[in-house]
Design a protein around this ligand. Structure first.
Ligand SMILES: [Zn+2]
Length: 330
C-alpha cells in the first residue's frame, strides 16, 4: 500500500493508498515527511461529500508544505468520502449515513462504519499529535474553528485536553466556538465525529475548521483555510514562519455553538443581520415572509450572541432551523 518515497528538497512525499474494500476506490493519503523529527499532524477533508473547500485547501497545502515543512510529518487526506463528493451528497451514499457520526467505526463492518473504521485505523497507526478536520458550513457564514467537548475523558485529562484544544483552535486565527453543551453534544453524537472521536476515544487533540461555501470552490475560502492550517502548523512547530495575511477573527467570546431559534411558519427566511453581527436577547434575527412579501413571523434571539451562519436554503419549513448562532458563554 506504500509508494516509494520521492525526495523533493528536504521533504519526502509519498502517496499511501488506504483500501476500503471491493467496489471502493482506495483513499489517497499524501504523506509529507521532513528530514528533521517533529510532530505529526493530519489534515482531513470532505468527510461530508458536498463540502469541497477543504479538498482544494488540502491540494494547496500539499504544494506549499512540500517546500515549507521544516520538521515532523503532515498527513493530508483530500477526501474521506469520494463517493459522496461525486454524488454531491453529505452522507456516505452506500447506506445514506453520516460518516462524521460513525467514528471510531468498525473495519469489519459495513458502509459508513467500515469506511470510518478503516480510516480510523489508518490514522491511529501514524501516532498523530494533532488532527485538523476541514468542513464548510454555508456560503453565508463566518469562518470558524470548533472546540469539541472532551466528555469521555477523566476530569484532569479533560481539563488538559480542553486547554490544548482551545490553544490549537485559537492558533488558527479564526473565531473560536465551543461545541454544543455536553447534553446536546452527546445527543447529536458529536463524540462520534472524526474530531470528536479523536478527542474522546483516541485522546488525540483535534479541531474542526468550518470555512466556505459547501458546493463550490471559492478562492477566498481556500486561502482562508490554508492560512488557518499553516498557522496551526506554525503553532505546532512544523513550519518555521507564520503565514502572511490576517484572518477575520471576531473579538469577544467565548461563544458556544447553538441552533438559531426554530421558525413557527413556513416561508422565505430573510436575515436581518449578517454573519459576524452580534445581537442581544429579544432582538430580531430575520423574518419569515410569504412569496408576496407579507411578513409571517419575526424570528428573535432568545439569548445574547453572534450570527455564525444562515442556511443555504432560503425556503424554510415550519419548525425549521434557519442557521447557526454563537451564544455568549462556555
Ligand atoms: Zn461538514
Amino acid at each position: 500500500m506504500t509508494g516509494r518515497p520521492v525526495a523533493k528538497g528536504r521533504v519526502a512525499r509519498r502517496v499511501d493508498l488506504l483500501s476500503l474494500g471491493t467496489g471502493h476506490e482506495a483513499l489517497p493519503l499524501l504523506v509529507l515527511t521532513a528530514d528533521r523529527p517533529g510532530p505529526c499532524v493530519a489534515v482531513t477533508a470532505n468527510v461530508h461529500g458536498d463540502e469541497v473547500t477543504g479538498l482544494a485547501a488540502v491540494h494547496a497545502l500539499d504544494r506549499i508544505l512540500t517546500a515549507e515543512l521544516t520538521c515532523g510529518c503532515v498527513v493530508l487526506v483530500p477526501s474521506l468520502n469520494p463517493r459522496g463528493l461525486m454524488m454531491q451528497r453529505r452522507v456516505q451514499p452506500d447506506d445514506g449515513l453520516d460518516l462524521n457520526r460513525a467514528f471510531p467505526g468498525d473495519p469489519d463492518g459495513q458502509g459508513a462504519a467500515r469506511i470510518a473504521g478503516t480510516v480510523w485505523r489508518g490514522l491511529m497507526q501514524r501516532s498523530l499529535d494533532v488532527l485538523v478536520d476541514l468542513h464548510a458550513d454555508s456560503a453565508v457564514a463566518i469562518p470558524y474553528a470548533i472546540v469539541d467537548r472532551s466528555i469521555r475523558l477523566s476530569r484532569p485529562e479533560r481539563e488538559a485536553m480542553d486547554t490544548r484544544l482551545v490553544g490549537i483552535a485559537e492558533a488558527s486565527g479564526l473565531t473560536v466556538l465551543r461545541e454544543y453543551p455536553d447534553d446536546l453534544y452527546l445527543r447529536f453524537r458529536l463524540d462520534q465525529s472524526l474530531a470528536g472521536a479523536m478527542v474522546n476515544h483516541g485522546k488525540v487533540p483535534a479541531v474542526t475548521l468550518e470555512v466556505g461555501p459547501r458546493r463550490a470552490v471559492s478562492g477566498e475560502s481556500v486561502r482562508t483555510t490554508v492560512t488557518a492550517v499553516l498557522r496551526i502548523l506554525h503553532h505546532m512547530g512544523n513550519v518555521a514562519q507564520p503565514p502572511a495575511g490576517a484572518l477575520p477573527r471576531l473579538q469577544g467570546g467565548p461563544w458556544r455553538r447553538a441552533a438559531a431559534p426554530r421558525v413557527r411558519t413556513a416561508g422565505v427566511f430573510v436575515p436581518s443581520r449578517d454573519p459576524g453581527a452580534t445581537f442581544r436577547s429579544g432582538e430580531a434575527l430575520g423574518e419569515v415572509r410569504g412569496v408576496d412579501g407579507t411578513v409571517r413571523e419575526v424570528v428573535r434571539a432568545d439569548a445574547d450572541g453572534l450570527v455564525v451562519s444562515w442556511s443555504e436554503n432560503a425556503w424554510i419549513d415550519a419548525r425549521g432551523v434557519p442557521g447557526t448562532l454563537g451564544l455568549c458563554g462556555r
